[in-house]
Unconditional design. Structure first.
Length: 68
């Protein structure tokens, strides 16, 4: 269900694991719906990707976050 905090809990655990592995940056290709979630988690927009999949035009957002 939306708004229950499950996504945030999963993401927070993933970020802690990335920091434990000494990763310096995370990357994501987010959908229109997920973009706001990642902005809230501190990601920045790198660029929008527009493409056609099975004849349907769609887009995603390439985003990244520094863990330094």
């Amino acid at each position: 269900m939306v708004g229950t905090g499950v996504g945030s809990a999963l993401y927070d655990r993933l970020e802690r694991a990335a920091q434990d592995m000494a990763l310096s940056r995370l990357f994501v290709e987010a959908s229109e719906v997920a973009k706001g979630f990642f902005v809230h988690k501190g990601f920045r927009l790198v660029h929008r990707q527009d493409f056609v999949r099975h004849g349907v035009p769609i887009h995603t957002y390439v985003m990244d976050k520094s863990l330094a």
